[in-house]
Design a protein around this ligand. Structure first.
Ligand SMILES: NC(=O)c1ccc[n+]([C@@H]2O[C@H](COP(=O)([O-])OP(=O)(O)OC[C@H]3O[C@@H](n4cnc5c(N)ncnc54)[C@H](O)[C@@H]3O)[C@@H](O)[C@H]2O)c1
Length: 274
């Protein structure tokens, strides 16, 4: 099927790689014109070129830069039909964090297999610095809010639009050792429900995606823990980027015209209730 997003203008944050980039590809195939945002200018430009769209480099946690980005979209296009708040990170290149995420679950499973008890502890919260906690909340939760606020200034004027916020199963099921990430993602789901109620009278829908473990650069550092994650996933695998991109196409499109305030969670069965 093609043309599901025909004529729509979509801004996708963090679309220089991974899930955002694949959404950009599928959105374009379905007829949307894409504005590709990323912190990394080169990455944004490369994807924009691929999807015949345009690129805006901006850090979504910088509210002034976000306001400038939406002002540019308004100037250049005069409308905004789809906003996907996807920008995010997990480990931020912290090798110590990556090491612990790989080694500790492996040790814990070995201790359990040997009859327990588990004596290796995650102990992540007690070593999380203010700076790393705040950066996580800043990019994910504050960034999503800044983009919603500026995007809605355009959508409110139109009395139409579809916003998609990127949560995670970490924000629904939780996940040990990633308090800031889980808190930020859970906050995004709450923000989604509140905004959905607020803007429903304007014909604007606000939904969230809560992916399970998907193969992207974000999950590349946790390969040692991969067998345990796959073992806990009824489908027995990580997802691919299309598992999320097609869900995004649906929620962004008019096919989802009766859907708002929802969290759609493609996760291979890892987490079945919300
Ligand atoms: N991959 C997964 O398993 C998974 C699961 C659940 C949720 N998510 C969420 O999906 C989103 C995309 O993740 P991904 O797996 O594609 O990661 P990725 O690392 O492949 O891509 C993320 C992109 O976001 C950009 N980015 C990071 N911080 C930014 C900022 N402050 N401003 C603008 N751009 C920024 C990066 O430069 C990168 O290009 C994230 O919000 C992530 O938390 C991912």
């Amino acid at each position: 099927m093609t043309g599901r997003l025909a004529g729509k203008l979509a801004l996708i944050t963090g679309a220089g790689a991974g899930l955002g980039a694949q959404m950009a590809r599928r959105f374009q195939e379905e007829g949307a014109l894409i504005v590709v945002n990323d912190l990394r200018k080169d990455a944004a430009e490369a994807v924009a070129k691929e999807v015949a769209g345009s690129a805006i480099a901006a850090d979504v946690s910088d509210s002034a830069a976000v306001a400038d980005m939406f002002a540019q979209v308004d100037r250049e296009h005069g409308r905004l039909d789809i906003l996907v708040n996807n920008a995010g990170f997990a480990f931020d290149g912290d090798p110590e964090l990556e090491k612990r995420f790989n080694e500790i679950p492996v040790k814990q499973m070995a201790e359990l297999a040997a009859g327990g008890p588990i004596q290796t502890h995650l102990d992540m919260a007690v070593t999380t610095s203010d700076e790393s906690w705040l950066r996580m909340i800043d990019v994910h939760l504050n960034g999503t809010f800044y983009c919603c606020r500026e995007g809605l200034k355009i959508m409110n004027r139109q009395n139409s639009g579809s916003i998609l916020n990127m949560g995670s199963i970490m924000g629904t099921a939780g996940g040990g050792g990633s308090a800031a990430y889980c808190a930020a993602k859970a906050g995004i789901l709450g923000l989604t429900r509140s905004l959905a109620r607020e803007v429903v009278t304007r014909g604007i829908r606000v939904n969230a995606l809560a992916p399970g473990f998907i193969d992207t650069d974000l999950t590349a550092p946790i390969q040692a823990a991969r067998p345990f994650i796959e073992g806990a996933t009824p489908m027995g695998r990580f997802g691919d980027t299309d598992d999320i991109a097609w869900a995004a196409v649906y929620l962004a499109s008019d096919e989802a015209k009766f859907v708002t305030g929802q969290t759609l969670s493609p996760n291979g069965g890892y987490h079945m209730s919300q």
